[in-house]
Design a protein around this ligand. Structure first.
Ligand SMILES: Cc1cc2nc3c(=O)[nH]c(=O)nc-3n(C[C@H](O)[C@H](O)[C@H](O)COP(=O)(O)O)c2cc1C
Length: 210
């Protein structure tokens, strides 16, 4: 089954970046997209820090990421970068753990001062894990997410940014599914009708194009 995995990367129980992630999850679900959440702060700390791949919670989280079509990753900005919690989780992924996946970074920060941290700190890490399809970041400052009686109340502009981003992700998922279908069809046509050598060449071309 096709789904998006969402990763909450804040160590805080009451978290603005997780609230922003929840808005994105709702926006995706309202577009008919299944979303499965990983709360990094809920993972067993010792297993996370010691890279205990045998721990059932770690295994389950890594398998969720492995089989997802897209990854929405939310983080607070800490010390002009993304959170250490996000890094400990990403460090457990295999070197091509994000290959073929669409990625959407989401962040909150005290101000706009370190907004570019997503581009200079997080994006290179996601790229090194094989992600090639990066959607534009969604960022909100703390002023965009003031406290409310039930947690946080996102400004209308923030809600609008999240909604536009959910549209972009839905569109990218559609394109990804169409490409996958075309690739499968092309490969089976090539295998059925072409001489063996031509079929191998076509298969290589299809791999290159994807
Ligand atoms: C330890 C720490 C370091 C922070 N460093 C930065 C920073 O460098 N730049 C920034 O814009 N905000 C910084 N902030 C503010 C947080 O990014 C901001 O409040 C964010 O919304 C917190 O998200 P959370 O509630 O999901 O943890 C820092 C906050 C903490 C607690």
């Amino acid at each position: 089954m096709s789904y998006v995995v969402s990763i909450s990367g804040s160590p805080a129980a009451q978290s603005r970046s997780t609230h922003l992630l929840s808005l994105a999850e709702s926006a995706l679900r309202s577009r008919g997209i299944a979303v499965r959440r990983i709360d990094a702060r809920a993972l067993p700390p010792a297993a996370l820090m010691h890279a205990d791949f045998a721990h059932p919670s770690i295994r389950e989280a890594l398998e969720l990421i492995e089989h997802a079509q897209a990854v929405v990753i939310s983080t607070p900005l800490y010390k002009a970068s993304y959170s250490g919690l996000v890094k400990t989780l990403l460090d457990l992924l295999p070197q091509t753990g994000l290959a073929g996946k669409i990625v959407l970074p989401i962040a909150t920060g005290g101000s706009l001062a370190h907004l570019l941290a997503l581009d200079y700190a997080l994006k290179p890490v996601l790229s090194s894990l094989g992600a090639r399809h990066h959607l534009p970041n969604v960022f909100a400052s703390d002023a965009d997410l003031p406290r409310s009686a039930n947690g946080y109340a996102a400004s209308p502009e923030t809600v609008q940014r999240v909604s536009a981003s959910a549209d972009a992700l839905a569109h990218a998922l559609d394109e990804q599914a169409q490409l996958r279908e075309l690739r499968t069809k092309a490969a089976s046509v090539a295998a059925a009708s072409a001489p063996r050598e031509t079929a191998a060449t076509l298969a290589a071309l299809i791999r290159c194009a994807s």
